[in-house]
Design a protein around this ligand. Sequence first.
Ligand code: C5P
Length: 197
Amino acid sequence: MKFCVAIDGPAAAGKGTISRAVAAHFGFAHLDTGLLYRAVGMKGGDPAQAASTLCPEDLARPDLRSLAAGEAASRVAVLPDVRAALLTFQRNFAAREGGAVLDGRDIGTVICPGADVKLFVTASAECRAERRWRETGEGSLAEVLEQVRARDARDMGRADAPLCAAEDAITLDTTTLSIDEAVDKALRIVRAQLERG
Ligand code: C5P
């Protein structure tokens, strides 16, 4: 059985938590596509070369979740050659047997426009900054908020595959939701689509 769930949205909106929960609940494989861009950003050298030679060790670096890696990712993510080098891997992952959940910025719009379910997970910038700040324990809240806003602007403003909701995506605003509530809503949406066949 092939079944693809595309989950997009800005930094720290809850995509990762929701994606992992959906994958675990339905037994689907999960790909955090942000990790690919983080690994390219942290590898150094020519970004397009780094993207076309990414290996499992690059994805196992312990510093990929840092704020610096997020910044580096968003800088290399504007480069069309980098995005092109990562496209086939992501599409093959999405088409695997047994179902797949991919989370990122352009999954529903570019990587898997035919996905069975598309979710756009979002939350206010203030709420996302506070979550990211608590999660990483780095910098001040004001600095993290500034970074979140700068990253939103870069991700939404780039020419190639900008962050935006696909026309047929269901928006899930997690600003006032607990993790359990957000996960529950996502599970219901995916279950309904699976039952529809
Ligand atoms: O989701 P995460 O915060 O790990 O992503 C880091 C950066 O990688 C994003 O800010 C974005 O610039 C880039 N990215 C992207 N397309 C994706 C996933 C991530 O451009 N599908």
